[in-house]
Design a protein around this ligand. Structure first.
Ligand code: A2P
Length: 275
């Protein structure tokens, strides 16, 4: 009679390449495809992996001796037992052409150190926090809006998310709904968190680039609040390079100064990483 190997050894897919030093090898827990271009996935979290909500980490796949790593904002909050990421699919992207095919049980590599500027520590205290995002730039805010510390620091939290199409807004809408329904987070966000989504290339109740909606003050009239004021408001910005440049110029026009970990101030920016 043949001996039977333990189940986990039978199921385990052998890694073709050794894990590089300073890297965690984690398992994919779930994958959700939103559009042809967007997907989210959750992986196991190493017990020793600590990060601040809003930070990013380098991610890769064990498919080469020197794997390609790309920076990904962590979309899950710091208290979550798993790690969540929201990604674009680039057909020829060195990482995402492979990453978009991952399945539960597959291995994802994670560098051990997280970092980033979209953190609460980089902002001075104020009443209202704006998180302004386009596309996958919503990811760090998916983390921050589920972190109780955000609501300890700010009375009101406003997330803006602009995408080309309605379907691309789905991740953010599900996120806002899930946060509202969560027994713990829902208590914090109740009446204090608002989600403001717009599209630029498809019909939707709200259309237009966020830069236009700031310039023509429509954002503020829709929300029923006064325009940006450095005395009461703080702003975090995440999207493409061009979007960041343009929103940054606008908020600077309102007299806001850029903050950092070492010198907290009125606003912070982080590029949404793609590849
Ligand atoms: P638009 O459709 O007018 O280009 P992308 O997928 O190219 O990153 O764009 C995501 C969203 O960000 C789109 O709705 C796009 O609007 C918008 N966007 C692109 N560039 C800018 C910018 N410089 N300022 C504000 N919004 C931008």
């Amino acid at each position: 009679m043949n001996s039977v190997a333990p189940q986990n050894l039978v199921d385990a897919k052998p890694l073709e390449f050794p894990i590089p030093a300073g890297v965690y090898a984690e398992q994919v827990v779930s994958v959700t495809h939103y559009t042809d271009n967007l997907f989210a996935f959750r992986i196991t979290r190493p017990q020793s992996f600590r990060f601040r909500s809003g930070e990013f980490v380098m991610i890769g796949l064990p498919n080469a001796e020197k794997p390609v790593f790309r920076a990904y904002s962590i979309a899950s909050p710091a208290w979550d037992e798993e790690l969540e990421f929201f990604s674009i699919k680039v057909p020829d992207g060195p990482l995402t052409q492979h990453l978009q095919k991952i399945q539960p049980g597959d291995t994802v590599l994670l560098r051990q150190k997280s970092t980033g500027t979209l953190v609460l520590d980089a902002l001075t205290p104020a009443k209202r926090l704006y998180m302004i995002s386009t596309g996958t730039g919503i990811a760090p805010f998916a983390s921050l809006l589920r972190d109780p510390e955000t609501y300890e620091k700010f009375e009101e939290v406003i997330l803006t998310h602009t995408c080309r199409d309605v379907a691309e807004l789905t991740y953010g809408e599900e996120l806002a709904r899930a946060a509202a329904e969560d027994p713990l987070i829902g208590e914090l966000t109740d009446g204090r968190f608002r989600h403001y989504s717009t599209t630029t290339r498809e019909e939707h109740p709200r259309t237009g680039r966020i830069t236009t909606l700031i310039e023509n003050r429509r954002l503020f009239s829709d929300l029923g609040v006064a325009p940006f004021d450095a005395a009461t408001d703080r702003v975090m910005i995440c999207g493409s390079m061009d979007m960041i440049k343009d929103v940054k110029t606008l908020v600077e026009g309102f007299g806001f100064e850029e903050g950092s970990n070492n010198k907290p101030s009125h606003f912070v920016v982080e590029r949404a990483f793609v590849g």
